[in-house]
Design a protein around this ligand. Sequence first.
Ligand SMILES: *[C@@H]1O[C@H](CO)[C@@H](O)[C@H](O)[C@H]1NC(C)=O
Length: 469
Amino acid sequence: MSPFSIFFYLIFYLITVCLGSGSGNQAIIEELFIQEEIFEIPESYIDSIYGELINSVETRQLKARKLKNGELLAPIPILKEKVSGKSFFNDYRGLNEYPAQFYELSSENLKLNKIQLPQDDDVSDINGNYPLFGGIVSFGHFPTMSCFDPKSLQNERIDIAIVGAPFDTGVSYRPGARFGPNGIRQGSMRLGVGLSPVRGKRGSKLSSVDPYNSGLQIVDCGDVPMTPFDNRFALNQLYRAQRIIHKHDSLNSTFYEKPRIITLGGDHTVTLMNLRSAYEAFSKKPISALHFDSHIDTWDPKILGGGISNYAGLNHGTFLHYAAEAGYINKDSSMHIGIRAPYIDPSDAQHDEDCGFRLITSTDIDEIGVGGISKKIMDLVGTENPVYISLDIDVLDPAYAPGTGTAEIGGFTTRELIGILNGLEGINLIGADVVEVSPPFDTNSGLTSLAAAGVIDSFLGLMVLKDKE
Ligand SMILES: *[C@@H]1O[C@H](CO)[C@@H](O)[C@H](O)[C@H]1NC(C)=O
């Protein structure tokens, strides 16, 4: 009899005596017999780790009965030879190949009743192996690169570059997007394996794409230093940074000789510089702009900002006016998606058309659905035209993206947005950005940054797929 069962016996005995019950004796003795049986159950791996924490008297009884009835397998027998001089982690790595051995080794370790730690100089589990919530934060844990260093032009090649544009001195309402790039990086920490049951439609080519193990050189260039004191200088800094990234050669890309850049905003003014550099690097002819936003952003500077001074005329609501003026926008194949913010002036709709944009409003989704929106976009841009996607996170409903400069009710859900992007399989996406993420206005749980990171994950899928076609 083990000391444990003696203890139980004593307790039961005392209870019986105290209660002065004679007729209960038989039941107690029967109970003890069952318990006697229980204590002979060989210990399984999980039993020996968690012991009494998960094995109440009742569960032990249940296990004993199940073992007896053959409903439960007996645990793997303990290895007799002692295992020594090997790294626990080396054995652990072989888990998939030798599962039984792993459990045997573990049981042996546990029999010694202590955790077997690696040798003091063994760093095999520490070296280069970050937990998802650790490490120096880069987007999706991609490697970082000093992309603005002229020396890197000789030494480094890039297929897709991610770069932050921490700028928010072009906003009309809530500021804070200068903290957007690092917010989005924080929101991206669980990215890393791209295979997903919801990437692409069922059975699509997109559904087998894993951007994080694609064989393409995808890097995080960090943030462009942008002065908060003069927008003209700050935007020029961004332009020069985009330009030097675009001057790198690609590494493993099949179709693209230059890196494709995904920019983390920043208020929406930054898109003008992104478009300029992409235009110069890729096409030198107008680019199909897909502009996901609740606002048109083609406002005539005379109407938004420019009444005060010419300097004020370029801001996050007018940059598309200037992009159209500069010839970056392909007027035959550009479109706003998700528009719902009120116009400022009755002339806004006409001016928007003059800038070259078609319009899908947020409520159009109720008429034509997610697939209908994707189809309209695909019919417009096709698979050859160079496309730039600029996505203001306020295209989402404030329920999904409250941390933004100018929130508007009645937007898409994150699922609808991902669905629309999934439907763009095959577009020739040469550049993209996600802007207007303002972490100071976000929730504690970082909803907006999380949504932005998810959108960029979709961009990566589209970009990598195009390369593998
Ligand atoms: C690029 O391709 C080469 C050859 O296939 C491969 O060895 C290398 O790992 C690839 N680079 C990246 C970043 O995956």
